[in-house]
Design a protein around this ligand. Sequence first.
Ligand code: NAP
Length: 315
Amino acid sequence: MTEIRSTVILGSGCAGLTAAIYSARAGLNPLVLEGHEPGGQLSITTLVENFPGWPDGIQGPELIDNMKRQAVRFGATLELAHLNKIDLSGNPFRLETSTGEILTRTLIVASGASARWLGLESEQALIGHGVSSCATCDGFFFKGREIAVVGGGDSAMEEALFLTRFATKVTLLHRRASFRASKIMLERVMAHPKIVLRANTVIEEVLGVEEKEVKGVRLRDVTTGEVTTLAIDGLFLGIGHEPNAKMFGGQIDLDDDGYIRTTGNVLTTRNGVVVPGVFACGDVQDRRYRQAITAAGSGCMAALEAEKFLEEQGH
Ligand code: NAP
């Protein structure tokens, strides 16, 4: 007989680990499946300066490591495993993972969202060394510098506008002539004295791999084929995020872009009706704030809801 666990948490970023700390302290012995990107997005960030309680900032991986140790100290178990299949049709829920089958009475989905990247080798090599997917996190480091933002949607516009607070010049690079961004955002960008728009432009390579810091980008104009180099100190990706929720499609409600729909902050639904015992927190259900502290806050809420649910069920 497979043991029935009280709480399983999917994901080991800020949301999942906060849920783990709370549910472990409540005596639920949670199991955290660390997933494909252990530690989540913070584990690929450098200095985090806006997490309350760290007046001098803290490195993202260190913050995550602290949270892990805190969760383990209260009895959470972390497993380097990921989910292959899930059945939420009856309680206990049935999970097939890379290491075996698990039954659980409550499930906290904290599987996050992954930033989309261009997929260039040079880009991947320079993440955290001038290449970033988070303007709010890293913009501050580019005071007085020249940078570029990639993308043609609202995220890219928002990043470009935000980054003008720090950078002396922001070049917005977009692969097509027309933009997905809303008219108002595009107009603001076009009117901004610090922003230069370059449409029909793709990045062929991020320069600076040997120096371990972004020095520029090699660009190609897709209409003329002309190749040029743009000197920059930072490159921000604004080409969207993918919520890691595909696996739940059909079992809990997702919105049009694949984010988990929640009601009452962290309760999930199926055809609009709450699914008892299944909670979602962090970026997998938040397309708006996407901050470490908001993810942690919703992780706390999910753990408290799980505890309340188990108590109501008499466990
Ligand atoms: P999005 O609307 O899907 O736009 C993504 C952009 O990135 C598109 O311009 C796309 O180019 C480009 N792109 C994607 N893959 C690329 C690649 N491999 N290489 C180069 N360019 C690539 O995503 P989003 O901007 O994150 O917005 C998502 C949703 O959130 C939207 O509904 C948006 O309105 C909303 N949002 C709203 C606000 C706001 O109102 N303040 C802020 C942020 C986001 P193509 O156009 O050529 O496909």
